[in-house]
Design a protein around this ligand. Sequence first.
Ligand SMILES: [Zn+2]
Length: 189
Amino acid sequence: MASIPVVRRCLQALAQNYGKSDQWVDSSLKLWSRGLASVHDKDLIRGVEEWCGKEARMANLARLKALIEANPLRMKPDELAGCPACNGTGLRELARWHQKNGRVRADTFVAACDCPKGRSLTSATILNWSEVVDAWRANPWTEAVFHSTPERYHLTTQERNTPEELAALEERVKERSKVSGWSRVGAKR
Ligand SMILES: [Zn+2]
């Protein structure tokens, strides 16, 4: 559950102790916060203090984690917490409207959230949502991008589908209701 601000503070402490640059802190932050997603803030701080107190050489992520995990006093790895933006699932819903064969199409995706649960799910196939959104926005074929937010976890139907797709969907529903009139009557009872 190490939070990004605490990971940053710890990297800064290591940088100061072992003569690393601010740039190293920035470039290491993402990898370290992913790697430490299952470590509690308190244990991380204690681990970094211990490392700086007894080691002459700079920590790497694996060795620091091993030191933290070897501490019998460390906190039990709790259930990793989700957040409102992912509704506690660790996953955020995304939609991309893009040009394809002269039409605008909407595709929906899920991607990992920034919270500890999301970071623990991040992998080669489940990318971080903001990286996906940035890549889409940089793509010239992209017309619009929608993503869940802490205020609104679910995308709307109007975000998941273009007006054209919604019209086609409505048309299909109408067609179906004509064919299956019996089941509709049955459903009313
Ligand atoms: Zn989340």
